[in-house]
Design a protein around this ligand. Structure first.
Ligand code: PLP
Length: 396
């Protein structure tokens, strides 16, 4: 019954999801306070109060047939205008509502832009380590994923190999900063270099190469680090944004795509993405959430970043004291720790014996490392420290 296309998806069902289930099993056995599940990137910091207020206000103040009705496939015009204005204010860009397509989160935004631009056999370049769903999304449209090997020195992209891997079939490049799973923020220097390489290659091959900037973690940056706005570096950029992490609303499925006027064939792409949104079956982004997002932007709503920062500091220092090595992340809510043995899956299995659930780096095309998601309570981090120490003693 299951199609040939779907069979491999079932066979390779997400390790992270499987671990999530394993966490629930262990919690039932040992008590949830004794199981330290660092596997899933599910925000633990609550959505800001403005979200609830906005939901109530929308339901009280706006006409219900409008709030719950169909609208243009691209989203409500006033919501898209509000998103564009706020981006212009923050980043000095020049967008209008026309450049914004409201989406069912980043996952949907990525699928929409990939379906819009890919022909079968087109190549999409990603930098390891990367969010493994990218491969599924690219294959949804018969594209081919091309992986640039990780630069484990600082986890900025490996630019030499990147340049070598661009061919006349390269249609897009996906970047993700702040990064899942490393927490690294791509620097101004990195983005400049990526832009220069792409400009050169566009000229060489006479093809547009779209830089897709996947930004669900844009607002999660620490120590005042700047997350540069990618459209300012390279004209053929599409931004894929989500409120899943920035407002702790992953279940609500809301985000947007930015299709700048500078993008090649921008007007056609803007028309196409709205049609693709419909054809993919999303039709439009959730209507109530669009109305809520408008109010949240107007009220400058944001999650409590200090809570993630506190977790980051505690876990980073704690792991360092145990003897583990990892670079200090500047963004997102992940630590990417070097496994003390080459086979990081064996290390994860050993960690599980201490009720520590960590995700192997091979789930992000970067074996030899493990991801620790610190979007958990501070108490969990504190309670987990003896387990990390005991784990370290087995190796270090
Ligand atoms: N891109 C990256 C790098 C992610 O980590 C995630 C979710 O964890 C997504 C995209 C999907 O986000 P959304 O919930 O907005 O679909």
């Amino acid at each position: 019954m299951i199609s040939e296309r779907v069979k491999p998806l079932v066979a390779n069902n997400s390790v992270i999801r499987v671990m999530f289930e394993e966490g629930k099993r262990l919690a039932a056995l040992y008590g949830s306070e004794n199981v330290f599940d660092f596997s899933l990137g599910n925000p633990n910091v609550p959505a800001p109060d403005e979200v609830k207020e906005a939901i109530l206000d929308v339901l009280e103040e706006e006409d219900s047939t409008f709030v719950h009705g169909y609208m243009s496939n691209a989203g409500y015009e006033d919501v898209r205008e509000t998103v564009a204005c706020s981006l212009n204010k923050r980043f000095g860009t020049n967008f209008s509502g026309n450049n914004i397509l409201m989406t069912v989160g980043a996952a949907s935004g990525l699928n929409i832009i990939l379906k819009t631009i890919l022909n079968p056999g087109d190549e999409v370049i990603v930098f390891a380590p990367f969010f493994l769903e990218y491969g599924n999304y690219v294959r949804n449209y018969d594209g081919e994923l091309v992986v640039v090997a990780p630069n484990t020195v600082d986890f900025q992209p490996n630019l030499e190999e990147f340049e070598q891997k661009i061919t006349d079939r390269t249609r897009a490049v996906i970047i993700n900063s702040p990064n899942n799973p490393t927490g690294v923020v791509y620097s101004d220097k990195t983005l400049r270099a990526i832009a220069q390489i792409l400009q050169r290659k566009e000229c060489e091959f006479g093809n547009a190469i779209v830089l897709i900037s996947d930004e669900p973690y844009r607002e999660l940056a620490y120590d005042g680090v700047e997350v540069p706005y990618v459209t300012k570096y390279y004209a053929d950029t599409v931004v894929c944004y989500s409120y899943s992490k920035s407002l702790s609303l992953p279940g609500e499925r809301i985000g947007y795509l930015v299709i700048p006027d500078e993008l090649k064939d921008s007007a056609q792409v803007i028309t196409a993405v709205a049609i693709v949104n419909r054809v993919l079956g999303c039709v439009n982004a959730p209507s109530l959430m669009q109305r809520v997002i408008k109010r949240c932007i107007e009220r400058n709503a944001s999650v409590d970043l200090a809570a993630y920062d506190r977790n980051r500091e505690r876990l980073y220092q704690g792991l360092k004291e145990c003897g583990f090595t990892c670079i200090k992340p500047e963004g997102a809510f992940y630590l990417f720790v070097k496994s003390p043995v080459e086979d990081e899956k064996a290390f994860c299995a050993k960690a599980e014996k201490h009720n520590l659930l960590l995700v192997p780096g091979s789930s992000f095309a970067c074996p030899g490392y493990v991801r620790i998601a610190y979007c958990v309570s501070y108490e969990q981090i504190e309670r987990s420290m003896p387990a990390f120490r005991a784990l370290a003693k087995e190796y270090l």
